[in-house]
Write a protein that binds this ligand. Structure first.
Ligand code: NAD
Length: 429
């Protein structure tokens, strides 16, 4: 598989894998096995639409590798979904679960559709149709789906209901992202943001910097950004700038306050999509700056927690000389060209699939609790999450120190090594 001119996520995922495999000197058999998904399902879902017509949707499930445990990964509903995007995302899930050292493999699924143009009933029919096509390939011991782009806990419950109807029992461990009280886990809302800060805390220890002596700038004030700021404040850090998307103006703005943003105050002027009302924020004493200004701030820590492709060859040179740490809350915020600049400047990076692994780790806890049908208190969930994230961080940073490797490369090497070992131990290669 090679890139054909236009961006191909799977070609990129394979190129990243090939580079790490080469550096590690991975054997030929492991390379051949791991650069392709082990299984793929392509199918159609016929739906009786509300207007009486029949529409046929295309669905996918890709299971990249399950040597370390059942596959895990979300289901996306998107009009531009492609099989190569799903393949790439399933491969990245394999590495994310391995780096977090949870006993799960990588999977991803999708349906080509646009929920904006579908009624709730039509969406329910797609969810049930997806499960009917895959009922024997997925399940608590095979492959555990979750919400992703444009799917939520309601979609997960419809899918669970269909799965349980087909299999004749209650199997809450089939799927994660369920609401608390219907098999969901406490702590899931905080998990990704808190996980980012557990890794920041450990990195600062290694850099010999006290959190209370640091300040940070954030891109994004949604689920990840808000909970990361909450815990970062609790460990003593100060956030001086936050950027978010302005839906009315179709552009982004940064809101700055030199003595530190007040999280509760800022939340009170933010909508449910994480968009901050800039007028109200200015009334509260915040300075409104252009959207890109978050990256230029005179801070110790940058946390991209919005979108992919934000720290680029163009924006990376705008980072202040004070920046010592970048913690990637978002998936794929940094381009390879920017990585080279960051590495050269000696800025420490906590790469995305390590920094934001708190989300999938808590989904794993949800699956464990669902399989036991016994649910933990929030403190217990977050305590276990801290332990897992701290261990994952230390394993990667120790490897990076031993091999004098860039943190992103070390994370890849550790993940690939663990998955390759599981394949070998099982006798697959
Ligand atoms: P969200 O939708 O809750 O919030 C996104 C935030 O980014 C909002 O504040 C929005 O205003 C802001 N934003 C959007 N475009 C922007 C732009 N151009 N400039 C500045 N801000 C912009 O999303 P989330 O759940 O917080 O996820 C954020 C990132 O983290 C995504 O890359 C996601 O894939 C990744 N991630 C999320 C989770 C999770 O559990 N939520 C887990 C792993 C990775």
């Amino acid at each position: 598989m090679s890139a054909t001119g236009s961006f191909n996520a799977f070609a990129m995922a394979q190129a990243q894998f090939d580079k790490s495999a080469e550096t590690m000197g991975l054997d030929k058999g492991s390379r051949a096995l791991l650069r392709m998904p082990m299984r793929e399902s392509h199918f159609i879902i016929p739906v009786h639409m509300d207007d009486g017509s029949i529409e046929v949707f295309r669905g996918f499930r890709v299971q990249h590798n399950d040597a370390r445990g059942p596959c895990k990964g979300g289901i996306r509903f998107h009009p531009q979904e492609t099989i190569d995007t799903v393949r790439a995302l399933s491969m990245w899930m394999t590495w994310k679960c391995a780096v977090a050292d949870i006993p799960l493999g990588g999977g991803k699924g999708g349906v080509i559709c646009d929920p904006h143009n579908l009624s709730q009933r039509e969406q329910e029919a797609i969810c049930r149709g997806w499960v009917r096509q895959l009922a024997r390939e997925v399940g608590p011991v095979r492959d555990v789906p979750a919400p992703d782009v444009m799917t939520n806990s309601q979609h997960m419950l419809w899918m669970l209901d269909e799965f349980e109807t087909i299999h004749g029992g209650r199997y809450p461990g089939f799927i994660t992202g369920k609401p608390v009280g219907m098999g969901g886990s406490l702590g899931r809302t905080q998990a990704t943001g808190y996980g980012v800060v557990y890794t920041i805390r450990e990195a600062l220890k290694e850099l010999d910097v006290r959190p209370q002596d640091t300040c940070a700038s954030f891109q994004g004030f949604g689920n990840v950004g808000q909970y990361a700021i909450e815990l970062y404040n609790q460990i003593g850090g100060t956030v001086t700038c936050v950027s978010s998307w302005d839906q009315d103006e179709q552009t982004s703005y940064s809101l700055a306050k030199s003595d530190g943003v007040d999280l509760a105050e800022l939340r009170s002027v933010t909508d449910k999509f994480g968009g901050i009302d800039k007028g109200k924020a200015q009334d509260l004493g915040y300075t409104c700056l252009p959207g890109d200004a978050w990256i230029e701030q005179d801070v110790d820590i940058l946390v991209p927690a919005a979108l992919e492709n934000q720290i680029t060859a163009e924006t990376a040179p705008q980072m202040s000389g004070r920046v010592k740490l970048i913690a990637e809350g978002a998936n794929g915020p940094t381009t390879p060209e920017a990585d080279a600049i960051i590495n050269e400047r000696g800025i420490f990076v906590i790469p995305d699939f390590l920094a934001n692994a708190g989300g999938v780790t808590c989904s794993y806890f949800e699956q464990v609790q669902s399989n036991m049908n016994y649910y933990w208190e929030q403190d217990e969930v977050l305590g276990k999450l801290d332990l897992k994230m701290t261990s994952a961080y230390l394993a990667v940073s120790q490897l990076a120190q031993r091999q004098k490797a860039y943190m992103r490369d070390a994370a890849y090497m550790l993940a690939i090594e663990r998955v390759a070992l599981a394949c070998k131990d099982r006798g697959w290669i």
